[in-house]
Design a protein around this ligand. Structure first.
Ligand SMILES: NC(=O)c1ccc[n+]([C@@H]2O[C@H](COP(=O)([O-])OP(=O)(O)OC[C@H]3O[C@@H](n4cnc5c(N)ncnc54)[C@H](OP(=O)(O)O)[C@@H]3O)[C@@H](O)[C@H]2O)c1
Length: 211
């Protein structure tokens, strides 16, 4: 597949891009600034400069699947986390892209259970998730707990509603999960929470919403 990674230069996005570049997939990495393009090339991907708050049509042209790993970092939650994702969903739909894997967040469906400072961001994420679910795309929505910079272990747990104790997960394992979900039919049309765990990623993704 020819896969577009939105947020390719981000911390999760770079792991996603590298993982795809080392696979049978072709990968196009979306960056906001021309100066980031050489980093994407050195990972082994084709860079494309596009901003999620603007026109992304050229980035989507010719791709079979999208992995959305971008995020506002809290600065423009409505413009990037909600409308940026929605714009990319629309563009993917209009270009007959079939597959869309969206990096969301734990509690995107229940912002009221998170600290006040995170609620607006989580509402924006939740609205983007809902929009993707209602689209014609074959979606997977992945909702990890807090991300860490520890080395990945390749082991995760997934579920519809995970116990909130110990839901941290290394970014590297989130990235591997997003990439593995691309080819796992059991993740089609599912939304699941994600944390570090005991199961191999591929095994966990065969029944992602149990729990
Ligand atoms: N942090 C957590 O604990 C946590 C938990 C659950 C879910 N998440 C989700 O995971 C996402 C990825 O995390 P991360 O640590 O990899 O974040 P990150 O390093 O901040 O990466 C986000 C990427 O999105 C890009 N981006 C932002 N605005 C954009 C725009 N308008 N157009 C195009 N690209 C844009 C950024 O581009 P630049 O490089 O140009 O800034 C950056 O490359 C977060 O954004 C969040 O939604 C995070």
């Amino acid at each position: 597949m020819n896969v577009l990674v939105a947020g390719s230069h981000g911390q999760v996005g770079q792991h996603v891009t590298a993982s795809l570049a080392n696979s049978d997939h072709d990968v196009r990495g979306m960056v906001r600034k021309e100066s980031q393009a050489s980093d994407i090339e050195s990972i082994g991907a084709e860079p494309v400069v596009a901003d999620l708050t603007g026109d992304v049509s050229h980035a989507v042209e010719g791709v079979d699947a999208v992995i959305f790993a971008a995020g506002s970092g809290g600065e423009d939650v409505w413009g990037v986390d909600r409308d940026g994702a929605i714009g990319l969903v629309d563009e993917a739909e209009s270009r007959s892209v079939d597959r869309f894997v969206l990096l969301s967040s734990i509690n995107a469906d229940q912002p009221e259970n998170s600290p006040e400072a995170l609620r607006e961001y989580l509402r924006a994420k939740g609205e983007a998730d809902e929009y993707l679910r209602e689209s014609d795309l074959t979606y997977t929505i992945v909702r990890p707990g807090p991300l860490t910079d520890e080395d990945g272990t390749g082991r995760i747990k997934t579920g519809r509603n995970l116990d909130r104790d110990g839901v941290d997960i290394p970014r590297e394992d989130v990235a591997r999960t997003l990439v593995a979900a691309l080819g796992e039919a059991e993740t089609h049309e599912t939304t699941f929470e994600l944390a570090a765990g005991d199961d191999q990623i591929e095994e966990a993704l065969r029944s992602p919403v149990e729990n």
